[in-house]
Structure formats: C-alpha cells, structure tokens
Design a binder for this molecule. Structure first.
Ligand SMILES: Nc1ncnc2c1ncn2[C@@H]1O[C@H](COP(=O)(O)OP(=O)(O)O)[C@@H](O)[C@H]1O
Ligand SMILES: [Mg+2]
Length: 297
C-alpha cells in the first residue's frame, strides 16, 4: 500500500512512529510537508503537487496538521478527498475539532455535557454575563489554543475583564468558561481509533498549575475509565466525524465533561504512558479502510 503522511517534520515523534509502523507492515510510506504542497483546482482533475510533481498513486493519507497550518492543511486534505484518496481525518472534521467554540457548540447541541461556556462581544454586559458561569475563578481561553498555551485562569471580575480587553485588542478569538475545580488539575485523555477506545491515560498538572498538558510539565499514568466516560468520548468523536482522535475529559461534580477533541492527537505521551503501539493501530485502520474503498488514482 502507498501511504502519504502530511507532516511539517518527519523527525516529530508521532510522524516517525507512524512511518516506522507503516514500514513494518510492509507499506511504502512517504512524508511530505503540507505547507510545500500546491493545488491545481480544476473540474474533473484535482491534483496535489509537491515540487511541481503531482503526488499520485497514494492509497491513503495520514494528515498530521498542526494548529499553525490548519486552513492550508485542510485545503490539501480536501483535494485528496476530491481524488477519493482515503484520509484518516476529513478536512471537515479537522476544521470543526480545531476550533474550540465550534467543537463545544456541536457537542452541546447533541446533548454531550461540556463546561458551561460564554461567547460575547459585549464588554458592557460582560460582568452580568459572567454570572451565568458561576463564581470565579473562571477560564478565559483562546479558541485555537494548543498545549495549554492561551488557557488562562482569572480570579475575579476585574481580572477577567482586563484579560478579555487585552485579548480583544490583540484580535484573539476567545471563549470564557466555568472553572471545573473538582478536576484538581487532572484530566483524562481517551485515544480512539475507528470507533474503539484503544488507550487511556490520566494527566496531572504540576504543583501550582491547573493545566494538565504534558507540554506544561504534567505527569501521566495509565487509568481505567468508566464505561460512561468511554461512551461519551465515542459519541463525541462520532458527532465531529472523526475516526482517529484524542478526547479530553474533566471529571466534575455533575459527571464527566468533554473538554475538547483533538483531531491530530500526539502519540508520544500516550504511547509512552501506556506502552500501546497506537501508530500500528492507525496503520491497521488505514489498511481496513483502503481494502473497503477503491480510490480513483
Ligand atoms: N474549564 C476548565 N476547568 C478546569 N480546567 C480546565 C478548563 N479548561 C481547561 N482546563 C485545563 O487546562 C488544560 C488545557 O485546556 P484545553 O481546553 O485542553 O486547551 P489546549 O487545547 O490548549 O490543551 C486542560 O487539559 C485542563 O487541564
Ligand atoms: Mg487540551
């Protein structure tokens, strides 16, 4: 099978892991930087070029699109979709999941419990609107934050207003959220491949920190999750149209809440913590799908 990985850097852990897993299964694997891909858009002949040569004869793509190139990356995926090449993440699902606001709206709209969240443009009403979210502390969050950068805890109304004003001035798109203090700086990452939970870990923020991102110095352990949590995570990925995803859950007083769904989840933390070869699971999933579909080359 010919598999193309879209990634900015073949040396990144996740990319490398997929490359090794794919080659071990006997596939031809090529990694190209999606930012160096070019598209020719014309009816009946969708093509993707790399160094002015068409990327042809691939059975599947595995996009690893980071948050700095979401739109461009989605455009490249969309072109492969037009070529009917199987992709582990659709352009549509990537865009929905990447935007925290859109993701929360879709999940809440489908009845999935999420932290109560405010979107507003109205600084005059802000102090009153904040009351919907309960007492401080609150969370002010950039809509496209990743690795915990852009997630801020505010301690009082003045503090919240000051930060919202500053971010508005910087033209950052933000949401404001209730703070789930019962989570105690801990969250659960549920890794899903093809409608199945294949690995789970608990992440604990470091001392004095509320963000449980491994990039922010959190530690992680294996955890066995409740059936209710697994079911919620599976429903969430289905709503977003994802097949490979990392779902983050906060345990709150009112039960599990879905915090976010990652469409390009990192493999390093979860493989290191659980010892599960997730890259191999993704390759096996690609094999099953390609066998099911016959791409037009
Ligand atoms: N509403 C919240 N209540 C409590 N903790 C939160 C809340 N939102 C985020 N966090 C903490 O901050 C971390 C990062 O937030 P998240 O929304 O996942 O953004 P990012 O995409 O940057 O990781 C989460 O893993 C969680 O530990
Ligand atoms: Mg997160």
């Amino acid at each position: 099978m010919n598999i193309l990985i879209l990634s900015r850097n073949p040396a990144l852990y996740s990319t490398h892991s997929l490359l090794v897993a794919g080659r071990k299964q006997g596939h031809f694997i090529r990694v190209v930087d999606h930012l160096f891909c070019d598209l020719i858009i014309e009816e009946g002949n969708p093509q993707v070029y790399y160094n002015n040569a068409p990327l042809r004869n691939f059975d599947a793509i595995i996009p690893r699109i980071g948050s700095t190139a979401t739109d461009y990356g989605a455009a490249i995926i969309r072109q492969f979709e037009a070529k009917r090449v199987f992709t582990t993440v659709s352009s549509d699902a990537l865009l929905k999941a990447r935007d925290k606001l859109v993701c929360l709206q879709l999940l809440a709209g489908a009845g999935i419990p999420v932290p109560k969240t405010l979107l507003t443009n109205n600084m005059v009403m802000l102090p009153y609107l904040l009351e919907h979210l309960g007492k401080h502390p609150l969370i002010v969050k950039m809509q496209n934050s990743t690795q915990g950068i852009g997630v801020i805890k505010t301690e009082n109304a003045i503090n919240t207003e000051t930060i919202v004003e500053a971010l508005n001035k910087l033209r950052e798109k933000i949401i404001i959220q209730e703070f789930i203090k019962e989570a105690k700086g801990e969250d659960i990452r549920v890794f899903i491949v093809d409608g199945e939970v294949i690995a789970t870990m608990r992440r604990q923020a470091r001392e004095g920190e509320f963000r449980s991102n491994l990039h922010r110095g959190a530690t992680s352990q294996i955890i066995h999750i409740e059936p209710e949590e697994a079911e919620l995570a599976l429903r969430a990925v289905k709503i977003l149209g994802l097949k490979v995803a990392g779902v983050d859950i906060l345990r709150s007083q009112r039960g599990p809440l879905i915090l976010e769904v990652n469409a390009s989840p990192g493999l390093e933390g979860i493989e290191g913590t659980t010892g599960i070869d997730i890259a191999n699971e993704i390759i096996l999933f690609v094999e099953r799908e390609v066998r099911r579909q016959a791409p037009i080359r």
